[in-house]
Design a protein around this ligand. Structure first.
Ligand code: NAD
Length: 349
């Protein structure tokens, strides 16, 4: 079994997290790092890692087979292209780039060199997503009508590079790529339009939240939303299907499913609700629905790294395909456009 030396470029929060996840990996040895921060260099030395002075010196080292890019977002394109041209295989943190054009430039370098480039879309392994995806895949609740996916925090945008446009800050790039990526792999259908509203409640130069609505050709609809000024959260997932509704409340995976035992209620009668009367919104009889717990799906995210090695060794197809990531970046571009012109935009597949 071959062993590969991997160097992490950008040894901040996520860079260090990768070293933890890769501890004891049978084929990947984190042999060094490169970071411009003296504190981060010291932290790496303390962990016994070799510290490179620049990313160019990493790429010039023939003992390094793999690089992992975990710098601020604006540097991903430049480093990825240089790494591929230096015959290194590359794992790149999300968002892969600032827009689709930049990713196309990386993919051109990849096509020219034949080295592997894979984006760390780790939130495909989140249990809340896998649980909802299973309900969708098995058609347990019938056909999907509408899906809403949300993440809310209350601490604003973190006070580092994430607040600045030049570094690729803003919530749409930060979280939008995860949420769109998950939607697109769950619902493999054509998208016809995108409607996006970005929030600037905190008066920073980048968005502190967003609300994006997608329309699929089949009629299915989806909303993704992020807020950073929300002391009360809405559910992480709220999904309506033809035979039921599923909800995941929070990171602790609280939630449940309500499904129909039978479709028609012949005895639906109007109820007095507020200052009016309604038949449409009258609650169902208790015996016509069934409430069940979520069947939580768990999968080990570390299989991402093993898949990367299998792809390098021509033993597997990538879990995260570059064409999927490119489609997400095209949707990100369309979302910014929609916000800027204040209109829903057509999405050309
Ligand atoms: P961070 O600020 O904690 O770390 C970034 C590091 O890059 C810093 O230590 C900084 O000194 C270093 N750096 C800056 N310029 C550099 C250069 N020219 N060469 C070498 N190092 C340089 O940020 P973070 O939260 O770790 O985010 C890094 C990347 O990881 C971003 O792309 C972010 O979107 C991504 N990320 C992904 C996840 C995930 O779950 N997949 C989570 C957090 C962050």
């Amino acid at each position: 079994m071959s062993q590969y030396n991997l160097v992490i470029i950008g040894f901040g929060g996520m860079g260090e997290q990768h070293t933890k996840l890769l501890e004891n990996h049978p084929q990947i040895l984190v042999s060094g790092i490169c970071d411009i921060s003296p504190e981060r260099q010291k932290a790496a030395k303390d962990q016994g890692l070799k510290v490179y002075e620049s990313y160019e010196s990493v790429l010039a080292d023939p003992t390094v087979g793999l690089v992992l890019i975990a710098t601020p977002n604006n540097l991903h394109r430049e480093i990825a292209i240089a790494a591929l041209n230096s015959q290194k295989h590359v794992i790149c943190e999300k968002p892969v780039t600032l827009n689709a054009q930049e990713l196309e430039e990386i993919l051109a370098a990849q096509a020219k060199t034949g080295y592997i480039f894979m984006v760390h879309q780790n939130r495909r392994w989140d249990e809340d997503f896998l649980t909802i995806k299973k309900i969708y895949d098995t058609k347990q609740l019938g056909e999907l009508y509408h899906v809403e996916q949300r993440v809310f925090g209350s601490r604003g945008i973190p006070g580092d590079w994430r607040k600045y446009q030049a570094f690729g800050g803003g919530m749409l790039l930060d979280w939008g790529v995860h949420m769109l990526d998950r939607l697109l792999i769950m619902i493999p259908e054509k998208i016809v339009s995108v409607d996006c509203y970005l929030s600037f409640a905190l008066k920073e130069e980048v968005d502190d939240g967003y609300h994006v609505r997608l329309q699929f050709e089949s009629g299915k609809t989806a909303i993704i939303e992020v807020g950073t000024t929300n002391l009360i959260s809405l559910p992480k997932w709220y999904v309506t299907f033809s035979k039921g509704t599923a909800i995941v409340e929070d990171w602790h995976l609280n939630g449940h499913i309500v499904s129909l035992k039978y479709a028609d209620e012949h005895d639906a009668r109007p109820i007095v609700a507020g200052a009016g009367l309604t038949k449409t919104m009258a609650p169902r009889n208790d015996d016509s629905t069934l409430t069940s717990p979520l069947d939580i799906v768990r999968r080990d995210h570390k299989e991402f790294y093993s898949n990367f090695i299998d792809v390098i060794e021509n033993k597997a197809q990538p879990f995260v395909k570059n064409e999927e990531v490119l489609r997400v970046m095209r949707l990100i571009d369309a979302s910014y456009l929609s916000h800027n012109i204040g209109q829903r935009v057509k999405f050309e597949e």
